[in-house]
Ligand binder design. Structure first.
Ligand code: NAI
Length: 386
């Protein structure tokens, strides 16, 4: 079948298998350029098929030769429907890993469920014995609890409605959006989905099963961002969930003490991913940020961020922590010279001058790349197996 992108707002409903493979290949090549060193050997990545989790998996496998077990929630192809990009990414990555002689297996199912936790533990016992690192990189819209109740996360403020500029991804127009305030129930639901409870359930279950090795490290990903996006992010419902994730890291440090283990939050850079495209205001911020950071030669994508974390910083993490003991991979994003330029551009940007102030082309290139499209060495006119 010939596969073309079908973009609906901030989502693309098709994915190109060969393009996804190309994206994996490029990420592997990026990591391979620096050779290998000693480090984690057996890693569990929860949320391993796209974005930061996928880049973590690639970086850890090709920097340390680590065996990686990935958990994700992706759909295979069905009749004329393509699979989700995370499905193709995982298939391609496993193929590369096996060719290169590395262990790489995946569990496709709902990470929030007890069943998937049990399947993962059984798989670790069978294939790896124990893991020495657990990456928690879930970005999910909803979570169904053990008792059958479904919680949906919302991207709203936690105080009053908030109005600001936003990029309408359907037509590249800048318009004003008003983000409503969440109800208390919605706030609680967002914390349920994107907060730390499930991370703790994973670590507790893994520890109880005896599959965490001495000195285990677990890292979950978070975001802070500039004052500009505070009402919608840092102080919004998602920010509340991230605060809960942080508090969980404090608790997990206690849980892991007897194993001499550590739990960290890594605050990462704002990037185009399926998760971030859905947040109001943020895509405009990201496209301005890309322009500024590219001009200052500070731009990084998921793989550059995760490779800097795992290749450069991992063996001296403690020296890199901020006053709240968080890893700050958003260090370049938050530089005053970057943020001043972004704030200036934010005031001036309109639909008419969008490409002058924002890297709208770069935003869309990365967006299409996520779904395996717009790679110049792929022939998209050719039939592909779904
Ligand atoms: P993403 O949407 O690219 O990846 C989400 C991953 O979670 C995928 O592998 C998906 O299959 C998996 N997943 C979702 N629901 C699942 C479920 N029920 N069971 C199993 N797997 C499931 O998201 P992204 O952006 O890489 O986000 C990962 C983490 O990084 C999140 O915590 C996010 O808040 C954080 N982060 C993202 C930033 C960004 O700008 N994109 C910036 C800083 C932090």
């Amino acid at each position: 079948m010939i596969v073309e992108p079908k973009v609906r707002g901030f989502i693309c409903t098709t994915a190109h298998p060969e393009g996804c493979k190309e994206s994996i290949k490029r990420q592997i090549e990026y990591v391979k350029r620096h050779g290998q060193k000693e480090g984690p050997k057996k890693v569990l990545i929860i949320g391993a098929s796209t974005g930061y989790g996928l880049a973590s998996r690639i970086s850890l496998a090709y920097t340390y030769g680590a065996a990686t077990l990935g958990v994700m929630y992706e759909k295979p192809a069905k009749e004329n429907r393509t699979a989700t990009p995370g499905y193709y990414n995982t298939e391609a990555l496993e193929e590369f890993l096996h060719q290169d002689g590395y262990y790489g297996e995946s569990i496709n199912g709902d990470a929030f469920s007890r069943e998937v936790k049990e399947m993962t533990i059984a798989k670790i016992k069978e294939d790896l014995g124990q893991v020495d690192m657990v990456i928690y990189s879930l970005a999910a819209p909803r979570r169904t609890d053990e008792d059958g109740v479904t919680y949906s996360s919302v991207l709203k403020t936690t105080s009053v409605p908030y109005t600001n500029k936003s990029l309408d991804l359907r037509n590249n127009q800048i318009s004003e959006v008003t983000v409503p305030a969440a109800t208390e129930e919605e706030e609680i639901a967002t914390v349920k989905v994107m907060g730390g409870e499930d991370w703790a359930l994973w670590i507790d279950a893994l520890k109880d099963a005896g599959v965490l090795s001495e000195g285990v490290i677990t890292i979950a990903y978070s975001y802070i961002g500039p004052k500009l996006t505070y009402p919608i992010y840092y102080e919004g419902t998602i920010g509340k969930a991230k605060e809960d994730l942080y508090q969980t890291s404090v608790l997990l440090n206690e849980t892991l003490k007897d194993l001499q283990g550590k739990a960290y939050i890594s605050v990462n850079k704002a990037l185009v991913t399926q998760a971030s495209a859905a947040i109001p205001v943020v895509p405009l911020y990201i496209s301005i940020l890309y322009k500024v950071m590219k001009e200052q030669q500070l731009h990084e994508g998921c793989i550059e961020q995760m490779d800097r974390l795992f290749f450069e910083n991992l063996d001296h993490l403690e020296e890199e922590l901020d006053e709240q003991q968080r890893i700050r991979m958003d260090d370049y994003e938050m530089l005053p010279e970057v943020q001043e330029k972004v704030a200036e551009a934010w005031d001036y940007v309109t639909t008419e001058n969008l490409s002058e102030y924002a890297d709208i082309k770069g935003y869309w290139e990365e967006f299409y790349h996520m779904f395996g499209f717009h790679y110049d060495n792929i022939d998209y006119t050719k039939d592909v197996e779904l």
